[in-house]
Design a protein around this ligand. Structure first.
Ligand SMILES: [Zn+2]
Length: 291
């Protein structure tokens, strides 16, 4: 008799366990992010809330996602997303295609309410909002506000994580402002127009951009204009990103005598939740050392 009960209990226990696993899988709240910095922001908002997963759609892509096209794998990922978090400002030019994949897709636009700058020396909105710490804070808050509405049962956890992350970002902004104290009237030339928001945050001015459209080399007339600007403002350093083609940069650097400093647009990486903060610190250090 005793054995019979024991057997029954074991069966119930086994069934209970199996059901639990299935329920947990079905209930996972799947968040997909469009782009690396948005992934880092979301990762910090979600932290380790059970049953919530975050996947970065373009994790194998290097550089900004201007002109990115969705792959079949991306579409599969989007089709089972409970929320799709984007940078916004038109950076995700594939958004229409994403809606075709899933017409009831819940898109969270992290740029809501952020003041958008125009691109320097060309038409259109500047999409690189995440490189201002102040904007990053707004993006993190926007992500949190939307997740709280979509996944109400975890609202307290999202808010708690967000408050902690925002505090870290505010401290970072103060730390870097202190680091740059006294660095006034800084004029920058960058390889592509990614750093206007960062410049704005710290009171710098972008006086020229080498590739007006990312990946498109300047004409010889434009190179001459850049050389004139370097001379006019006595610019000591030009700022490029790691993936910038070096031939034209070398020409400009050799002819003007300006050094080349690498800046980081934080467009891909290891996924470490501290990555944005660490790499912004490095950027500010590089700018300071170049002055
Ligand atoms: Zn870009």
């Amino acid at each position: 008799m005793k054995f019979k009960y024991l057997f029954l209990i074991l069966v119930l226990f086994a069934v209970g366990c199996t059901n639990k696993v299935e329920v947990a899988e079905d209930n996972t709240f799947n968040i997909v992010t469009s782009f690396y910095p948005i992934y880092i922001f979301t990762e910090n908002v979600v932290k380790d809330i059970p049953g919530v997963s975050v996947t970065n759609m373009t994790q194998n892509h290097v550089g900004c996602i201007h002109d990115y096209s969705l792959t079949t794998t991306d579409m599969k990922l989007i089709s089972r997303a409970d929320a799709f978090i984007i940078n916004g400002v038109g950076l995700e030019s594939f958004l229409e295609k994403a809606y075709e994949t899933k017409n009831d897709l819940e898109v969270i636009d992290s740029s809501k309410g952020i003041e958008i700058l125009k691109e320097n020396f060309s038409d259109g909105d500047n999409e690189h909002i995440w490189l201002s710490i102040s904007n990053a804070i707004s993006q993190v808050r926007n992500i949190c506000d939307s997740l709280v509405k979509l996944d109400e049962k975890n609202a307290d956890r999202y808010i708690e994580n967000t408050n902690a992350y925002v505090e870290r970002l505010e401290n970072l902004r103060n730390e870097l402002r202190e680091e740059l104290y006294g660095c006034t009237d800084v004029k920058m030339i960058t390889s592509h127009d990614a750093f206007s928001y960062l410049a704005d945050d710290f009171g710098f001015e972008i006086v020229a951009v080498i590739e007006k459209e990312e990946g498109v080399s300047p004409t010889s007339k434009e190179i001459q204009e850049i050389l004139d600007i370097i001379k006019e403002y006595e610019i000591k350093s030009i700022f490029i990103e790691e993936d910038t083609s070096t031939k034209i940069i070398d020409t400009i650097s050799n002819e003007s005598g300006a050094k080349v400093t690498i800046l980081d647009a934080i467009t891909s990486g290891s996924g470490d939740s501290l990555d944005y903060e660490n790499r912004m610190r490095k950027n500010i250090k590089a700018i300071k050392e170049s002055l």
